[in-house]
Design a protein around this ligand. Sequence first.
Ligand code: FA5
Length: 344
Amino acid sequence: MTTIRETLTALEAEAMAAVAAAADQQALEQVRVRFLGRKGALSTILRGLADLDPADRPAVGKLANDVKQRLEAAFEGRREALEAAALAAATAAERLDVTLPGRPVPSGRLHPSTQVLRRICQIFADMGFQIYRSPDVETDEMNFEMLNIPAHHPARDMWDTFYTTTEGVLLRTHTSPGQIRAMRQYCPEPIRVILPGMCYRYEQITARSEIQFHQVEGLAVGRQVTMTDLKGTLVSFAHRMFGPTRQVRFRASHFPFTEPSAEMDVECMICEGKGCTVCKHSGWLEILGCGMVHPVVLQNGGYDPAVHSGFAFGMGPERITMLRHRIEDIRYFWKNDLRFLEQF
Ligand code: FA5
């Protein structure tokens, strides 16, 4: 009959062989459960200690504990070896060449219109103008009537309009209605604001005209605001926007909401004023409309034209961007073609 000592020795040898043969961590765990688990072989033997002669118990108990410790040490050693082997295999399989050039992360950028809008806002901010927001969806009254353009007035033909299905509500054709809103908010205080925003016109889309485009309106109201202030402000703007040596000129024009009215041209930056197809061989490019706020408009805004005066202007940043970057077609702006956008 085999003694418990022999059983323990045989068990140790068998367990040691099984540990050495375990090829991976999962197999090793199965071996551990089989020999050292709560229902494992060693526990079963240890439970049998109770049946031994009390004189033999300490010696056999010590042997069993020694076997258990040696087995545990063997398991731990094998676990570490297998772990190291698994790590080495993974490192070899997923070898990383840190000398390879990295993959470029495409960086976003601002749309060219946004860049120019911000530049315009910055230049006027430096001259003390604040930004005033007014709505894209306007009333006929604000977009036209308050600006001295009554119903059926021929001047309405200058702004082909998107009307909504609600009577008297439209998409603003220019940022000028914001003049009335700013005046009504600040009256009788002096005003110096710019109003950037999107405008909408029911127009034929061409290389120069979109149905949706930005404008930046400017408005200054106070006592003794003069045409000289208007010219000084706009010349200073043009020099910062297009360079200090760029020539500018004012041409008489007509807008129902300004009197007198003018348009400002800058020397063509494509031909340097010599004449080319872009400037239609004139050497000049129109960038904005402007004038002294019409007394009727001042009154509609709440100001007394006998006491207050003001100037206003409106420019199109997309057209300015086209000039600065020699873009020959305005349709590129909203096409979302990355080949165009990535150039800015
Ligand atoms: C106006 O809209 C006036 N409200 C400007 C103004 C304001 C005059 C204050 C006096 C005082 P105009 O229709 O010319 O004016 O438009 C102004 C600018 O908007 C143009 O110079 C142009 O740069 C831009 N613009 C007009 N229509 C289009 C369009 N279809 N596509 C792109 N830009 C346009």
